[in-house]
Ligand binder design. Sequence first.
Ligand code: 16G
Length: 240
Amino acid sequence: MIDKNSPIPIYYQLEEKIKTQIDQGELQPGDMLPSEREYASHYAISRMTVRQAITKLVNDGYVYRKKGTGTFVAAKKIDQPLQGLTSFTEDMKARGMVATNRLIHFKVISPPLSVMKALNIDSSTPVYEIQRVRLADGLPMALETTYISKHLVPNITEKLLERSLYDYVENSLGKEIGEGTQIIESSTVNQNEITHLNVKKGSPVLLIERHTYLKDGTPLELVKSSYRADRYRFMINMQR
Ligand code: 16G
């Protein structure tokens, strides 16, 4: 029950209660939450307080509101470890999900300065610019733009981009991927991300820039991705 004499705010008690129900599986992804009115009368608290708790849960990605229908439990966030240098396809496979890709654009360009620097090439080196939506079990997770030198990774085709790029580099071209660096920062979606990630204006995203190198030190790729912050969390193990 809710303890009205507790110094813990009532909205927070309700929020924690609903969170526990979600974590313990009493409320499953896709389930509709009771209405504000039902919560209010069940716990004898005000609707304003209920709204405050639910708004907090919406902002933290636990539930989402559907206009004119109600509030629903959101899909669980994916916890992505930051230790290994893995591909999207491998990440999804590791958690029993199926990765698919939707190709947005694919062309050969003359590289802009930032790409020249990242790939250590000059402006005369043609570069593939690939934009794909990465989906897990059919749900869009990230919008990813990859720059990769055409000389280093030749013969990329639309068909191939339906599959794993790392698999092509390693198993078809026989090149060994060595290491990468990654920068993660927060932002909100732009118009392109709203369209392709199927989210509302103002939704949070995690912007990731990855620089990947082959074992011999040659820069392999520059990748700029926007991950849905309501679907993804990054996890790091720390030792002392
Ligand atoms: C991940 C990588 C991306 C890489 C891709 C290869 C991040 C932020 N990005 O999405 O740099 O190009 O995997 O995936 O993790 P694929 O082999 O499945 O095509």
